[in-house]
Each structure stands twice: as C-alpha cells, then as structure tokens.
Ligand binder design. Structure first.
Ligand SMILES: [Zn+2]
Ligand SMILES: [Zn+2]
Length: 426
C-alpha cells in the first residue's frame, strides 16, 4: 500500500515538475513540437532543492547564507567545524568563523579570493578559527590583493584577545610568510585586525556600503565570545557562535529573519559517540553549550522567521534525537544545518537548499590585480643551498620552458642563463 502511494506521488511529482518545465520553456522554444509531440525529458526542471554556486545572481535586496562548516572540533571529512559565508546583494561577502576543515568548502564555491577578505570571529576556539591558516595562505597565492581583514572580540586580558591571537598567528607562520613575501607581493600576507570590546551589547563593529554588523556578549567557557547581527536591505541575520542561552541573544534577536544558534549534541551522544566521560558530557552539552531543548526555548521566545541549529555532527545516529529535543520547545521553521546548506533570504521568502559544488576547485579570477613583489627584500635562500641545484634536472625542463616563455612572451624575464652559470661555477 505504502509503495503504491509513493509511486503515485512520484508520478504526480514528475508531471508537476515536467509541466512547470514546459510552461517555463515557452519564452525560448516551442513547448510542443510540430505534430503535437510533447518534447522529451530534455526540458529544464527548475526549483530543485539544489544551489549550484556561481550560477545565480543575488537580487540587490537579497541575502544568501552558505554553511561552510557546522560540526565539532574533531572535524571529519563529511563535516567541517563552524563557518558561515554571508553574501549581500551588493556583492559584499563576509565569513563568520572559519573553523577547522571549512576552507575546502569555501574553496568549492569558487568565489574569487579578492571577495573573501573579511572574517568575523565569534571567539578564539580552533573549531571557529582553525582554517584561517588556509584562507590566509590560499587567498594570498590565489589573487587576494590586500591584507586579510579580521574582526574579533577582546578578552579579559590583552593575551586573551583577537589582536594577540592574530599577531602570534603571524609569528607561528613566520617561515611561510617570509618565503612567500619574497616571491609574491607581501601585502596580502598581512592581517589587519579590528578588536572590539566583547562586553558592549549592540555595538556597531562594521558599517560600510549598506551593511551593518553589531556584536553582543555571549557566554561560553571564558570571557570574550560574542554573537553578531548582520543587517542588510532591511533584513537581519543573527549569528550566535558558541554560547549558552544568553539574555543578549534573546533581547536583540526578537523577530530577526534568520537566527543561527548552536544546538549541541545530547550528553548521551557525547558519551556513546565522542568517548566523553558522562560528567564532562553533560557539562559540555548543557553548561558551556546549548542543548537542543534550550535552543528550542530560545527560538520560541525570539520567534525568528527561520531558525538554524548547528554545531553537532549531523547524521542518522544523532539528528533525530536533536530534532526531537528542539521540538519539545519550538514549533517554528527550522533547519538542521549541515555543511553546504544554503538559505536565500528576501522580504517575501526564506528558502533552504543544499549547494552542490566541485571537489576539484580552482581559484577563479576576479577584477583585482595583486601588487608586484617588493624589491630589496633579502632572499630567504642562501648561496650555500642555492648552489646545490642539480643541473641535469633543470636542463630536463628546458624545452617545456622554452615553449612557456614563447607562449607568454617572457623572453626578457628568462634568467635561466644566469642560473646555469651559477651551477657551472661550482
Ligand atoms: Zn567554543
Ligand atoms: Zn565550537
């Protein structure tokens, strides 16, 4: 009986989609071929539950949010840690957190790196900033023309703030930075950090070109974490990083269009699947994070147009328990986020879809040109190491390189003769 119903449902769905395709095709080609024959299944079927990045222009008054990470610190191949890309209809793009593993998802969208230069950190746990490494270096080698811009909260002491983290990040990557600086422009290897006071609710931390971003204190494992409210074209997206239910999120989140908030794994899931001792499990879930039940209570209080639960490994073993937990306290519109889930937000509609993107992404050229290398920097390769180049290996590539020089008209920049001379002098 069940299979009959689903078969019938399948036929109706097919007819509906096919019918829409025929209506939709009338502008370009005849819906019915000569002789009254209906065209085959070649017609385009619109309105699938799929977003193909790079194929849809945003309307000027629209926002798109893409999940580039939604999981846990022990990122897995199928789910990276927290990262959301918010795109405004004016073309501006903003990354909210950039957790471990998220860079591969960001890259798969094939957005020119010049537009991926603004990162807002909710707090300084690695599952929210671990892949700043990848964006910093990947964007630098793929055409970002300017410094990476990072916004984040202060801490109880200067050493607990975002500025300290970014300054010491650049120390951590000093070898990478110094060697790239010599070969590529050094400017994109810099980080411009804007640190703001985590304690001030509703403070504007960014305001440019029709976009306003405000911050609010959040409560997690130490002072510092914040939530962000993104406003554009009269639309509001509220992004909570790691937090327990807190008064600021509830006070300022009322009636927002899209409310993203963590809904953590249930304590028993942490025991049986994450190998945490039961005592740590309940604290992780429900003392420094937000349980599904508490998430639901927050949402049924602020009543957003659409709620997004994230920060759990979303799979068969976990999602039903978390969903049922949320539904104990919230009945409204809800997405159970996983990586590559997308929302388009306008005044009239909020749609949820999955982005389908390539595993084999390349960087895509934008409009910006990267500044040239800076003259006068010391070469990070010493003469001792330089002279160890093995000439037969270099000679083996000559023919291929001759063609390259000719193809790109690089003859005046061909310094192979000088290089070989150095090798011969040994
Ligand atoms: Zn955290
Ligand atoms: Zn986290």
């Amino acid at each position: 009986m069940t299979s009959l119903i689903s078969l019938r449902k399948g036929i109706w769905t097919f007819l509906l989609v096919f019918g829409v395709a025929i209506i939709g095709s009338q502008g370009n080609q005849p819906a019915v071929a000569a002789g009254g024959i209906v065209p085959s299944g070649n017609a385009i079927a619109p309105d699938r539950y799929v977003y193909y990045p790079g194929t849809e222009e945003l309307a000027l008054d629209e926002i798109r949010v893409i999940t580039c990470g939604s999981g846990l610190p022990a990122a897995r191949r199928g789910q990276a840690a927290t990262c959301f890309l918010i795109e405004a209809g004016n073309g501006e793009k903003f990354l909210f957190d950039i957790g471990t593993g998220s860079m591969a998802n960001i890259a798969s969208l094939m957005i020119p790196y010049q537009y991926l230069d603004k990162v807002f950190l909710s707090h300084l746990h690695t599952d929210h900033m671990g892949d700043i490494l990848g964006l910093w270096a990947g964007g630098w080698t793929s055409g970002r023309p300017n410094a990476l811009r990072v916004w984040g909260p202060s801490g109880q002491t200067p050493e607990m703030g975002t500025k300290y983290a970014m300054e010491n990040f650049l120390k951590f990557v000093n070898w990478d930075k110094t060697t790239r600086e010599f070969k590529i422009s050094p400017i994109p290897g810099q980080i411009e950090t804007t640190e703001f006071d985590y304690k001030i609710p509703d403070q504007i931390v960014y305001q440019e070109n029709g976009v306003t971003i405000r911050s609010y204190p959040a409560i997690h494992t130490g002072d510092g974490p914040v939530s962000y409210l993104f406003e554009y074209a009269g639309l509001k997206v509220l992004f909570g990083g790691d937090t327990v239910p807190n008064q600021w999120y509830v006070e300022y989140g009322r009636g927002v269009d899209l409310a993203m908030h963590e809904a953590f794994q249930l304590p028993d899931q942490l025991v049986t699947l994450y190998n945490q001792p039961p005592q740590l499990a309940w604290r992780a879930c429900c003392e420094f994070h937000t349980s599904p039940q508490a998430f639901g209570k927050v949402m049924s209080t602020i009543k957003p147009r659409h709620a997004v639960a994230y920060h759990f490994f979303n799979e068969e073993a976990t999602r039903y328990g978390i969903y049922e937990g949320i539904r104990e306290t919230y009945e409204g519109p809800l997405s159970m986020a996983t990586d590559m889930m997308v929302w388009n937000i306008t005044k009239d509609n909020i749609t949820e879809r999955m982005a389908v993107s390539t595993d084999d992404a390349w960087s895509v050229p934008g409009t910006a040109v990267q500044p040239p290398p800076e003259k006068g920097r010391p070469d990070p390769i010493s003469d001792y190491i330089d002279k160890g180049r093995w000439e037969p290996g270099f000679r083996a590539q000559d023919e291929m390189l001759d063609e390259h020089m000719e193809k790109y008209n690089l003859q005046d920049q061909d310094y192979r003769p000088a290089m070989y001379k150095k090798m011969e002098s040994e």
